[in-house]
Design a protein around this ligand. Structure first.
Ligand code: GAR
Length: 221
């Protein structure tokens, strides 16, 4: 629960698709589970369903189509300008499927989170559920991490682990992982909003203690 009387943490959420994580964050703000307010939702895709979720919640939305920019730098600079107009204290990547330039990442270092559907550092990149099935691992899951210049490599701040059953498919894993995503992302944002979570010298700290990181345990062929 939030501490009474504190100003809600201003957030900007970036999406590319369905926005089910965005919905979980909208709901957590509305219920008071987290002391934050979404100032804007920005999508690089005009048809992202998450834009409708935001509009339903009366949150300003923007579409910034990366195809209309000459290169990654130009897109990221326009995105930065748009975001900074809202003066957010935290940037939340919620299914935002773009690789970001170092310049952009460093501008928001320590105040940008991402959710990635694997137990990082395993399965960085795309198609994580299929790769988990093919790798014969017994456990899979999802990680919330600070965004640093290393792609999907920033310190993990929150994770959920699920057991893989013999009957699991990539699709069943996706569904089960998403249920966990909707719990652990609002929880992590709540920690940040309550000033309990920081990035300190490339270490994620919760209540002043370093958050344990996993060792890489899968070597894909
Ligand atoms: C989520 O499963 C998230 O973990 C994943 O995209 C999905 C977005 O779903 N993110 C990545 O793969 C980032 N590399 P949503 O639009 O329903 O929140």
């Amino acid at each position: 629960m939030t501490q009474a009387g504190q100003t809600p943490l201003p957030l900007v959420v970036l999406i590319s698709g369905s926005g089910s994580n965005l919905q979980a964050i909208i709901d957590a703000c509305a219920s008071g589970q987290i002391n934050a307010e979404i100032k804007a939702v920005i999508s690089n895709k005009a048809d992202a369903f998450g834009l409708k979720r935001a509009q339903r919640a009366n949150i300003p939305t923007h579409v910034l189509d990366h195809n209309l920019f000459a290169n990654r730098q130009a897109f990221d600079r326009a995105l930065k300008k748009l975001i900074d107009g809202y003066e957010p204290e935290l940037i939340v990547l919620a299914g935002f499927m773009r690789i970001l330039t170092n310049e952009f990442v460093n501008h928001y270092l320590g105040r940008m989170l991402n959710i990635h559907p694997s137990l990082l550092p395993n399965f960085q990149g795309l198609n994580t559920h299929r790769r988990a099935i093919e790798s014969d691992v017994k456990e899979h899951g999802v990680s919330v991490h600070f965004v640093t210049p290393e792609l999907d490599g920033g310190p993990v701040v929150n994770r959920a682990i699920i057991e893989i059953n013999n009957s699991d498919t990539a699709e069943s894993l996706r569904r089960r992982v998403q249920e966990e995503e909707h719990k652990i992302y609002p929880e992590a944002i709540g920690w940040f909003a309550d000033a309990r979570l920081q990035l300190n010298d490339n270490q994620a700290m919760l209540d002043g203690a370093a958050i344990a990181q996993l060792e890489k345990s899968v070597n894909e062929t």
